[in-house]
Design a protein around this ligand. Structure first.
Ligand SMILES: O=C(O)C(=O)C[C@]1(C(=O)O)C=C[C@@H](O)C=C1
Length: 370
């Protein structure tokens, strides 16, 4: 070891860390000023954050000459700024986030991806508890899955919007990458694999080929499965790669293989819910709204035509059976729709829609992240 060179280099790193801290403190001060300028308005602007990261990643990759040697991995830039934004938001407002627990579920990792670590994560045992906590003001935010690219709509979550008058304030698309984790490094020696039934089903082919002797055991969540697997020598689990860090503090829990599910496009769209609607103005607004149409021929077609005439692009439309939709009616359908516009700015349009709808409710206006 060249101890002399090491001492000099570490001194330089110490100086740079000091300079970075100074810059971060200046940034934090500006963030607090931003909060004052917002005068109680919306704190979280995911599109602004996404664009800052994209600009920095581009700047980083466009380096040339000597600077080229200093280029960082793009993913690292995203991770570093996720935490900078998380700290910045926490200085503007103390925040807590309810999610489907326990710690280590895909919902938990989606929350960390979206909001970083500078907030209080509150695990809930079911979706109803998340909606109830947000509605009661016990937590500022809740994170719930709306739909998955393989499994489709999470109907239970859509239906809970009927029970609780909460709002959608942001959306988040999270890729689900199933990994095999174990204390045992030799896959052929794995005797039992614990995981959620869906994770086991999605990675069935991989497991049969690479761990032919393993018994598959279903658990209530990938997080519970990991807790169990980490206590046994020849056990493994299928789940998020972040489980290695979460469960492996005292014992090594290795990621033996990544992306072991058959299909590549396994993406979940999450909604960030809050008690109050967003108050900001958005550059690419999306409005999620629900409505029930009057019981006559052409009512739905009229609704669609009104939106068409206003040049509004409807990116989602689906219906769910609803018992409470219309008083006195035994069976009705409630439509859930997403429009690429801020419908709050178009009261005349909602008025026109009301002619063909029993009710219309705006679930939230937020930045379209696609
Ligand atoms: O630009 C804002 O609105 C801010 O509050 C600042 C900031 C940041 O730290 O850059 C923080 C939170 C928002 O989600 C976006 C950006």
């Amino acid at each position: 070891m060249d101890t002399e060179a090491l001492t000099i280099l570490r001194k330089e790193i110490d100086l740079l860390d000091g300079a970075l801290l100074d810059l971060l403190q200046k940034r934090a001060y500006l963030s607090k000023q931003v909060a004052k300028a917002k005068q109680g308005g919306t704190i979280f602007y995911p599109l602004r954050e996404k664009e800052i990261v994209a600009k920095l990643q581009e700047l980083n990759l466009s380096a040339s000459g000597e600077e080229k040697k200093q280029v960082l991995p793009s993913e690292s830039i995203r991770h570093i700024w996720t935490e900078i934004f998380s700290c910045s938001r926490s200085l503007q407002q103390k925040t807590s986030l309810a999610f489907l627990g326990p710690a280590g579920t895909f919902s938990h990792f989606a929350g960390l991806e979206l909001m970083g670590k500078s907030l209080n994560f509150v695990p809930c045992h079911d979706f109803n508890a998340i909606f109830a906590k947000v509605h009661a003001g016990e937590v500022r935010y809740g994170l719930v899955p709306l739909e998955n690219s393989l499994q489709g709509t999470v109907g239970q979550c859509l239906d809970l919007f009927e029970e609780y008058p909460v709002s959608i304030v942001a959306e988040h698309y999270s890729g689900i990458c199933q990994c095999l984790l174990s204390k045992q490094q030799d896959m052929r020696r794995i005797e039992v694999i614990y995981s959620h039934p869906q994770a086991l089903m999605q990675s069935h082919e991989f497991l049969r080929t690479h761990c032919p002797n393993a018994r598959l055991v279903e658990m209530s969540s990938t997080a519970e499965a990991a807790k169990r697997a980490v206590t046994e020598e020849n056990a493994a689990t299928v789940g998020h790669e972040g489980l290695a860090e979460l469960c492996g503090e005292n014992v090594p829990f290795h990621v033996l293989a990544k992306d072991i599910a058959g299909s590549k496009e396994n993406i979940t769209r999450f909604a960030l819910i809050a008690k109050e609607q967003n108050s900001g103005v958005f550059r690419k607004p999306k409005t999620s709204f629900t409505f029930t149409v009057v019981d006559k021929a052409g009512a739905l077609s009229q609704v669609l035509q009104i939106l068409h005439k206003a040049d509004i692009n409807l990116s989602k439309l689906e219906s769910r059976p609803s018992y409470h939709a219309v008083p006195g009616s035994a069976w009705q359908y409630r439509f859930f729709a997403d429009a690429q516009a801020d419908l709050r700015e178009k009261p005349e349009l909602t008025l026109a829609l009301k002619e063909f709808c029993y009710d219309i409710r705006i679930l939230g206006v937020y930045e379209n992240l696609l």
